[in-house]
Design a protein around this ligand. Structure first.
Ligand code: PGA
Length: 261
């Protein structure tokens, strides 16, 4: 019966489901309605850590609760000063933000370099925010060159992050070609990427610390693939874009919750 005892002792980790609203919805009224439905769904999915990442003007309408956290979609690396339009991690922290997405491919496509990402990651972690660091290849090839791209991006993005700062780091494997489409990466391929990301992380940090870094998947996740990816992709959660704006997000939270019961 020893194995039964062990099983009972082993605490199942919670899934993290982060809603990346991007530049949506268009009005504060629509945002309020979306907050209401997401809060309701997160209350029902008690075992899930839900993070709402709305556009900056809507941050104040999300009231963090027990298992519901507030995330921003970006933060600049300076604390204050003459940086028109920028928002600092310290400012975000002061209005109740606990998480921040850094290095999203849509920011990278707008010109953000690994160097800037690395500075933002460091500044956000130092300010006490949890960083949701996005990495992922632009396209897949059959020779495995995409793995070198992931390694490079991950290493460069963490170049200013020391091991003592890692407790609040989450990494999202978010292949650019899978974002906003109709098809997510197959769970088997997600699993391989997760193993690879952990391997690269152990080239930078001690394995016992790397073990506790959460790795999420992002890219066209929805109710149709969430269970498979969460179960077989060996991820700790999802970064959800399009589907987080739809009623189906509630079902995704329910799926994540049910897998932990
Ligand atoms: P998607 O977006 O779920 O709409 O593909 C994910 C993301 O870009 O974070």
């Amino acid at each position: 019966m020893a194995h039964v005892k062990n099983k009972a002792k082993k605490q199942k980790a919670r899934f993290v489901i982060a809603a990346n609203w991007k530049m949506n919805p268009e009005t504060i009224d629509a945002a309020k309605a979306l907050v209401r439905s997401t809060v309701r769904a997160s209350r029902e999915a008690k075992s899930v850590t839900t993070i709402i990442c709305p556009p900056f003007p809507y941050l104040s309408i999300v009231k963090p609760q027990k298992n519901l956290y507030l995330g921003a979609q970006d933060a600049y690396f300076e604390e204050r000063g003459a940086f028109t339009s920028a928002v600092s991690p310290v400012m975000l922290k002061s209005v109740g933000v606990t998480h921040v997405i850094i290095g999203h491919s849509e920011r990278r496509a707008a010109g953000e370099t690994n160097d800037v990402v690395a500075k933002k990651v460091r500044a956000s972690l130092l300010a006490g925010l949890s960083v949701i660091l996005c990495i992922g290849e632009d396209h897949r090839d059959t020779e495995g060159n995409y793995l070198a791209a992931i390694r490079e991006q991950l290493k460069q993005s963490l170049v200013f992050t020391e091991r003592a700062m890692l407790a609040k780091l989450l990494v999202v494997y978010e292949p650019v070609w899978a974002i906003g489409g109709r098809e997510a990466v197959k769970s088997h391929d997600v699993h391989q990427a997760v193993i690879f990301i952990r391997k690269v992380l152990t080239e930078l940090y001690p394995p016992e610390i790397v073990k506790s870094i959460l790795i999420l998947y992002g890219g066209s996740s929805n109710t149709g693939n969430a269970e498979d990816i969460l179960k077989n992709g060996e991820v700790n959660g999802l970064l959800v874009g399009g589907a987080s704006l739809l009623p189906e997000f509630k079902e995704m939270l329910r799926i994540a919750d049910s897998l932990k019961k």
